[in-house]
Design a protein around this ligand. Structure first.
Ligand SMILES: Nc1ncnc2c1ncn2[C@@H]1O[C@H](COP(=O)(O)OP(=O)(O)O)[C@@H](O)[C@H]1O
Ligand SMILES: [Mg+2]
Length: 302
């Protein structure tokens, strides 16, 4: 049984479709990624999954339960880490956890024990008595994540969990998410950090304008749609461009930079650097970011 099954999900705000017929399934124990540029419809999709945003159309089940009929049971079994900080500023770190536990009828000594366990897991013990206003962005995010786990959910939903965090906080969150997945938790996350998705996600979809562009395992998608390696050429001159045209290379022209997608090793790179020029030419593995930009384009979003 799938943890999430979404078929033909739709949501419009006014005449603009934010989610335009999305279908996907999240399997038990995997980390599933919802990727897309700003405004792609990620948050709207996630909000439909926990009944926050009513959908216009589509069939949606979580744990095999119907979202319309069994929303209470579904909410009991999911943890949600929203994109925006929704911590209670008047409470301390510990009170935020224990207070949230009450929504799940976890109270008294049990709530305190659960709070302790989570404070320890997220290395927040030292800040347990501090008010939210004194926390850095990274600490708040850790607390948001801890809070989302208070009810021991079967599915953890994370909307851009590391946006705006410094590298140290991001690494720590990645480690914690990996640990949780190792313990059997199913994860559904949105992100526009490609490195994050490549690291954490077993499978993912790339969404734009409310529609799915591709679906699959990150490494497979990159190999199939971009190639093995990318040759980057800075400040290409005419000789370089003519060489690439003669060789019939797959060139993406960014003006002051050329990207050449290669799937037959480094032969073209060697020929270019020997016969034309070596300066400014770099060979690197193809990444999910290459795929993302290829599919969603390079123009700026909202
Ligand atoms: N409550 C809302 N009212 C009007 N438009 C909205 C609302 N929420 C989202 N939108 C619009 O729907 C589109 C998708 O938004 P969103 O799901 O937040 O995208 P993402 O999370 O991928 O950045 C955007 O164009 C956004 O402006
Ligand atoms: Mg969003």
């Amino acid at each position: 049984m799938d943890i999430v099954r979404a078929e033909g999900l739709r949501k419009s705000f006014g005449v603009l479709p934010a989610v335009n017929g999305l279908s996907f399934a999240v399997h038990k124990g995997e980390c599933f990624g919802l990727l897309g540029p700003n405004g792609a419809g990620k948050t709207t999709t996630i909000r439909m999954l926990y009944g926050y945003t009513p959908r216009d159309a589509g069939v949606l089940t979580l744990f095999g339960l119907d979202i319309d009929r069994d929303i209470r049971e579904i909410k009991r079994r999911i943890g949600i880490c929203q994109q925006e900080d929704s911590l209670d500023p008047d409470l301390t770190v510990r009170e935020n956890l224990a207070g949230f536990a009450r929504y799940f009828s976890i109270t008294g000594a049990e709530a305190q024990a659960r709070a302790d366990e989570l404070l320890h897991f997220f290395a927040l013990q030292g800040r347990a008595g501090d008010k939210i206003a004194t926390l850095s962005g990274g600490l708040k995010r850790r607390l948001m994540l801890a809070r989302a786990l208070v009810n021991r959910p079967d599915l953890l939903i994370l909307d851009e969990p590391t946006t705006g965090l410094d590298p140290q906080s991001r690494q720590l969150l990645w480690d914690k998410l990996t640990e949780l997945k190792g313990a059997g938790l199913t994860l559904l996350l949105t992100t526009h950090y490609m490195e994050e998705a490549a690291r954490l996600c077993d499978r993912l979809v790339i969404v734009d304008h409310g529609r799915i562009l591709v679906e699959g395992a990150p490494a497979t998608l990159v190999r199939e749609q971009v190639g093995e390696t990318v040759l980057e050429i800075a400040d290409p001159d005419r000789a370089v461009r003519e060489f690439l045209a003669r060789e019939g290379a797959r060139v993406e022209d960014l003006g002051r930079r050329l990207l050449v997608h290669l799937d037959d090793g480094d032969a073209l790179f060697l020929k270019l650097t020997r016969e034309i020029r070596a300066e400014g030419c770099t060979l690197r593995p193809a990444t999910l970011e290459d795929l993302f930009l290829k599919l969603t384009g390079r123009e700026l979003r909202e």
